[in-house]
Design a protein around this ligand. Structure first.
Ligand SMILES: Cc1cc2nc3c(=O)[nH]c(=O)nc-3n(C[C@H](O)[C@H](O)[C@H](O)COP(=O)(O)OP(=O)(O)OC[C@H]3O[C@@H](n4cnc5c(N)ncnc54)[C@H](O)[C@@H]3O)c2cc1C
Length: 528
């Protein structure tokens, strides 16, 4: 039996040796660059030393931000850009992977009246941004003030003593950050990009790269017209003139039982601060993420950052103050940390608007090295598309490549379909496994199932069953593992458990799921 060819290849087998653009890194930024360049008609090779979304992009808060933070600091242009990109993601490119998230600020005694007014003004400012970005109130409803009774109904586990009411706002939430990266990378491959994981760039100039296949150890020289370095916190390893100062952001993972019947995000005020909060974020599979911290990281950048007990204790303390039942260390079933790729401004980069280098932390920067390598760093998941556009524009300018204009604002990602149509598909699915596939793959749910049938030879019912029977915390079904291998370039159990699915965020669950991942890999290998 033949199985469908994978569009994303682990290792360097079959990689082209002469292209227009080499993209280094397949986090959200590099995947976005690969899509932008390929959809302009350029010949693209895009690689990651490890896997899709191996770096910061899988450890985010999984929010599609509207840029409120920038508005608060008077940076109207960049706030507007964020809100516009949020609207593009939610309405055009990835409605299948995004959803509106109701967010609640409880007006508890720890939130003074002036602080409540400030927070309310913030939500109204956010709504102005939404309107300026032409995102409809059907996508993101208007904020409103809630009575104490409404607040309690919406968030039953809140501490109710002295609760004056609440402020309800809306922002975007991702199904999963790693799924967004995977969808972008698949779309880039569909547009003709050669996308290879487990392939490390050892060195780069503006016209060539030396690569190593991390599966075989073989090296490969590739000639190109341009190199775009999207290696996140590791970007400075490839070019001398870019220095980063990463900062660590930590989240906790709590099971659904820790905060029963909570279905909205809660902003828990940080004691002693006027307008800073720890966020409690409900996730599609019933867990909660609680974050986040901001700790400078000194010394060499690790492959995977580890949260500290101090950070975990801080997050638990802040959140406990907002809920009737204090949270304990035993409620924490997982914790993860990501490194923000913040530019060290003394490296002399200019922000994307061509302005100064102050407060580059959440802005993105495009820097062209003397040898022509274009580096794109900073920014956030939400603005990946705009970052990619700016990076490809800079690469075209530096290399003299000829292409058409950027088209990604109108190019839906693999699986995209209107949210209402997908909701109907999920409701009609008649099987929790099928409904789950619609949630994870959108309009590609049927393709995922068909590919899994072809790759395994199993019956549909078996493929739609959970990979760990009788384990309510692992609703992942077999199709997800098989499709990860056949169409999404997963090469090993870690790719499957830590990136194509997110079981790995809870170590105890991960241990239970390892045999299933290994079995899926064996079954596909036996059919090839
Ligand atoms: C804690 C935290 C929470 C966040 N929350 C949000 C949020 O809710 N919403 C939002 O919009 N943004 C958020 N962000 C920001 C966002 O996550 C990052 O800006 C974004 O993920 C960075 O993506 P990247 O592709 O630039 O880097 P990365 O995702 O780190 O990708 C870089 C890739 O380059 C690869 N690489 C490195 N060196 C090489 C080499 N030599 N050869 C080949 N490949 C190489 C790595 O393996 C890696 O996969 C958050 C950030 C943090 C830290």
């Amino acid at each position: 039996m033949s199985i469908p060819p994978t569009l994303i290849t682990p290792g360097l087998a079959g990689a082209p040796t002469d292209v227009d653009v080499v993209v280094v890194g397949l986090g959200v930024t590099g995947a976005g660059v690969a899509l932008d360049a390929a959809s302009r008609g350029l010949r693209v090779l895009a690689v990651d030393a490890h896997d899709l979304a191996f770096g910061t992009s899988r450890f985010s808060s999984k929010l599609v931000h509207g840029g409120l933070r920038y508005l608060a600091s008077g940076q109207v242009g960049i706030a507007h850009e964020s809100a516009v990109e949020r609207g593009i993601l939610m309405d055009v490119t990835a409605p299948h992977l995004t959803r509106p998230l109701p967010s609640l600020i409880p007006l508890a005694p720890s939130v003074s009246r002036p602080m409540g007014l400030l927070a309310g003004a913030g939500f109204l400012g956010g709504d102005l941004l939404r309107r300026a970005a032409r995102t409809s109130a059907d996508t993101l409803p208007r904020p409103r003030r809630l009575s104490a009774a409404e607040t309690r109904r919406l968030a039953p586990p809140l501490r109710t003593h002295g609760l004056r009411g609440g402020l309800l706002g809306w922002d975007g939430q991702l199904e999963d950050d790693a799924r967004l990266v995977t969808a972008i990378a698949r779309t880039a491959a569909q547009q003709g990009a050669a996308v290879h994981t487990h392939a490390r760039v050892l060195s780069a100039t503006g016209s060539s790269v030396e690569l190593r296949d991390e599966l075989t150890g073989a090296t490969l020289q590739v000639a190109c017209r341009s190199v775009i370095n999207a290696a996140g916190v590791w970007a400075g390893d490839l070019v001398d003139d870019v220095r980063l100062r990463p900062s660590r952001g930590t989240h906790l993972v709590l099971r659904a039982e820790a905060l029963p019947r909570l279905s909205v995000a809660v902003f828990a005020p940080i004691p002693g601060e006027t307008n800073r909060f720890v966020l409690v974020l409900p996730q599609p599979d019933g867990q909660f993420y609680v974050g986040l911290t901001d700790e400078p990281v000194d010394g060499p950048v690790p492959d995977v950052a580890e949260p500290t007990e101090v950070e975990i204790g801080f997050l638990l303390d802040v959140v406990s103050a907002s809920f009737a039942r204090p949270l304990h260390r035993s409620d924490v079933v997982g914790a993860f940390a990501g490194l923000r790729p913040l530019l060290d401004t003394s490296s002399g980069g200019e922000d994307a608007s061509g302005g100064g280098t102050a407060d580059l932390s959440r802005k993105h920067a495009v820097l062209t090295s003397p040898d022509g390598v274009v580096t794109i760093v900073g920014g956030k998941l939400t603005t990946y598309r705009r970052m990619a556009e700016d990076a490809v524009d800079a690469a075209i300018l530096a290399s003299g490549l000829r292409t058409g204009p950027c088209v990604t604002a109108r190019l839906p990602l693999a699986g995209a379909a209107p949210r209402e149509a997908l909701a109907e598909d999920a409701a009609r699915a008649g099987h929790p496994g099928r409904a789950r596939l619609v949630r994870r793959y959108g309009a590609d749910a049927g393709l995922a199932l068909a590919a899994a049938v072809e790759a395994s030879g199993w019956a549909e019912d078996d493929l739609l069953a959970p990979i760990v029977p009788d384990c309510p915390t692992i609703p992942t079904v077999w199709v997800e593992l098989f499709f990860g291998i056949t169409h999404e370039g997963a090469a090993d159990a870690a790719d499957l458990l830590d990136r194509r699915t997110r079981i790995g965020l809870v170590p105890a669950d991960r241990e239970l799921a390892v045999p299933a991942a290994e079995r899926a890999l064996e079954v596909v290998a036996a059919h090839r």
